[in-house]
Design a protein around this ligand. Structure first.
Ligand code: F6P
Length: 528
């Protein structure tokens, strides 16, 4: 493992002593120096507190940490997921790598796309006619990808309406099915393992809902996506409507597999293939482009800089794109479940801070909630802005206003407003009033952001954007020397919930700490 702190600390000390205002004054073409493009995808990182020397150190770090060798090992099918002893080949689902011999990726893709087309055209239909609504039941990677992509590509949807149920809270299923006609609804049970508690409970309840309306026909209204084909069969879903994938596809990397079935039903084969093509274009770029011009590598290094050199604990991900409203939640799983680790690949503790906390909401709404803290709070929160140059809804003054706001926030964060400027802004007001308010109305600035801009949010561009973040996460995992593809941290809670379930049902259970025991007895009191 490469000593990150030793390499970055001297550069951090130099850059902490300067400001973004000064950096822009020193290099009036900072945008030219610190931006990079891949076709119609731009990353502007000139508003990061970084300089050429620091960047050189970061590229050196990436090289010495073995990013290039790691990338080739992953693509060649090595068991890069060490703790689960699995290959990591989601790229093979979109033609960016070869699948292991015998795993028929293109045949499986053809098969689930054919089913999607059958549902869309009504060739595969309910007794009363074509399916009008699809409910996807899944959670985590079996939900966040489809739900995010479906929302992002709503302008491309010309198939049935898409609904998503993930939470074991019955409110989720109840409120979803209440608005639907079971006689015209297809339920897809999506679970890599086909054992996840929430998904199996929701699947059983959905099956009851269908049976209540269509009786024996209910089976016709169900399909499944899983690596556990036997589990889906045991649940009673006909093999002709069970679509598989493989253990070398991590749950949070599975949107490219049959987990994308609801999306394919909504947007159709051509659009779904364009979505895969966008990701494949990013795969090629990632594999073939020198580190210095490599977008995922660059994004990863900006993240390393923010986290390990500057010590900032969180990142706000702010799409100025309402249809990307679930993108922050998607990246939360992708990034935090992949790199939220404290143990190095070899088993020792990691010797650097790993994944930051990712959070965010779309702009401009976010400006009217938490941006106050971003501008004037006591913590520095780096921001990733994402914007499309053009709107899917045609040219309009709305889109111009949206982008003006996006760019303005980056400016305000970077350059702020000095106290003198705040005073000047109040010129003409009473002098005592100016004194009273000047410090409240100044903005410290010097707060970093990166802006990612593409031409238009369409299937190709979305596939490319997701793959950009996937590879970014991979590069950071190599640099931090962690296994980005396991998720042991989610296990303990699942086990304990399993232990507590009988206790909540009034049966005997394990000895409990006083807090948990107190909560359970209060629950019994309140629910009596
Ligand atoms: O709880 C975490 C997790 O294992 C995720 O990694 C995964 O995406 C999710 O649960 C759902 O798992 P499955 O697709 O097997 O139901």
């Amino acid at each position: 493992m490469t000593d990150i702190a030793t390499r970055l600390d001297p550069h951090a000390a130099r850059l902490k002593a300067t400001s973004l205002r000064a950096l822009f004054a020193d290099d009036p073409d900072r945008f030219g120096t610190f931006s990079v493009r891949m076709d119609d995808l731009l990353i502007d990182y000139s508003k990061e507190k970084i300089d050429a020397e620091a960047l050189g150190a970061l590229f050196g770090l990436a090289r010495d940490a073995g990013v290039e060798a790691g990338r080739e090992a992953m693509v060649s099918g090595a068991h890069w997921n060490l703790t689960e002893d699995r290959a990591v080949l989601h790229m093979a689902l979109r033609g960016g790598a070869d699948a292991p011999d015998g795993d028929d990726v293109s045949g499986t893709l053809d098969r689930f796309l054919a089913f999607a087309e059958d549902v869309r055209s009504g060739r595969y239909a309910a007794a009363e006619g074509p399916f009008t609504d699809i409910i996807n039941i899944g959670i985590g990677g079996s939900d966040l990808g489809p739900v995010m992509v479906a929302r992002a590509l709503e302008p491309d949807r010309d198939g049935p309406r898409l609904h998503f149920v993930s939470n074991v809270d019955s409110a989720h299923l109840t409120d979803t099915v209440n608005a639907l006609d079971p006689a015209r609804t297809l339920v897809i049970v999506a679970s890599k393992t086909f054992t996840t508690q929430e998904t199996m409970m929701n699947a059983r309840s959905a099956r009851e809902w269908l049976r209540g309306a269509v009786g024996e026909e209910a089976g016709r209204h169900m399909a499944a996506v899983s690596t556990n084909i036997a589990g889906a069969a045991e649940f009673g879903i006909d093999a002709s409507r069970v679509f598989g994938f493989w253990d070398w596809v991590g749950g949070r990397y599975s949107i490219w597999s049959a987990i994308g079935l609801p999306v394919a039903i909504g947007i159709g084969t051509t659009n779904f293939r364009a979505f895969l093509d966008g990701a494949a274009a990013m795969d090629r770029h990632f594999r073939e482009t020198p580190l210095e011009q490599n977008l995922p590598v660059l994004l990863a290094l900006i993240g390393i800089w923010r986290r390990n050199a500057m010590g900032w604990p969180t990142v706000a991900l702010i799409p100025y794109d309402q249809r990307l409203e679930r993108f922050p939640a998607y990246v939360q799983q992708l990034d935090m479940e992949s790199n939220g680790k404290r143990t190095a690949r070899g088993g020792s503790p990691v010797d650097a801070l790993t994944a930051p906390i990712i959070w965010g909401e779309p702009g401009t709404n976010a400006q009217h909630s938490f941006f106050q803290l971003l501008h004037q709070g006591t913590d520095v929160v780096p921001v990733d802005f994402i914007a499309a140059a053009t709107s899917r809804d045609g040219a309009s003054d709305h889109h111009t206003a949206l982008l003006a706001n996006c760019f303005a926030q980056g400016q305000a964060l970077a350059f702020g407003r000095t106290e003198d400027e705040a005073r000047a802004q109040m010129a003409g007001a009473d002098a005592s009033e100016i004194d009273r308010l000047a410090s409240h109305r100044m903005f410290p600035g010097d707060r970093p952001s990166t802006t990612i801009m593409h031409r238009r949010l369409d299937p190709f561009a979305l596939g490319r954007l997701i793959a950009l973040y996937e590879h970014k996460v991979f590069v950071q995992g190599v640099i931090w020397d962690i296994d980005s593809f396991d998720q042991w941290g989610v296990e303990l809670g699942k086990v304990l919930a399993g232990d507590l379930l009988p206790v909540l049902n009034g049966e005997a259970g394990p000895d409990l700490d006083s807090s948990t025991a107190g909560l359970i007895s209060t629950l019994k009191e309140f629910s009596a």
